[in-house]
Write a protein that binds this ligand. Sequence first.
Ligand SMILES: [Zn+2]
Length: 155
Amino acid sequence: MPNYQAHLLLGFISFVLVLSVFSSLNFTFSGTVIAVCFVACLLASVFPDIDQKNSKGYRAFRATAIILISAWITAVSYKNLALMFLLLGLWIVSSKRILLLIKPKHRGIMHSYKICLVFSLSVAFISLTAIGSSAPGIFAFFGYVSHKLSDKLFN
Ligand SMILES: [Zn+2]
């Protein structure tokens, strides 16, 4: 199984290939759009392994979820400090187990073309709204596909 660095390398190669295809078709992008395409492609090339317990992606997801849910607990219980500390304590102690319960199985749904499409279309929609170009969605799609192919080739 390739590690995240190998996935990033293949994501970078995908970025160069897709950019070459766009260039040969005489498409031009601004520097901002190219930068966002680069980030989208490389993020997509490592994103599927968010379903792997020890991956950097899963650990980043877990840290984000713990912080956001702790913020929510604080927001709904700050008027009663004893209750707030009790809820925060319970959440912090049990968060790792709770998050593992809802984690999809490795190479399950996160490695499917359905999620690949949902991810790419989401990137396309967000980038269209934010920078006026949906091209990052296309780069995200090929970054995601590079992950799936490399998992298959180097199994
Ligand atoms: Zn994978």
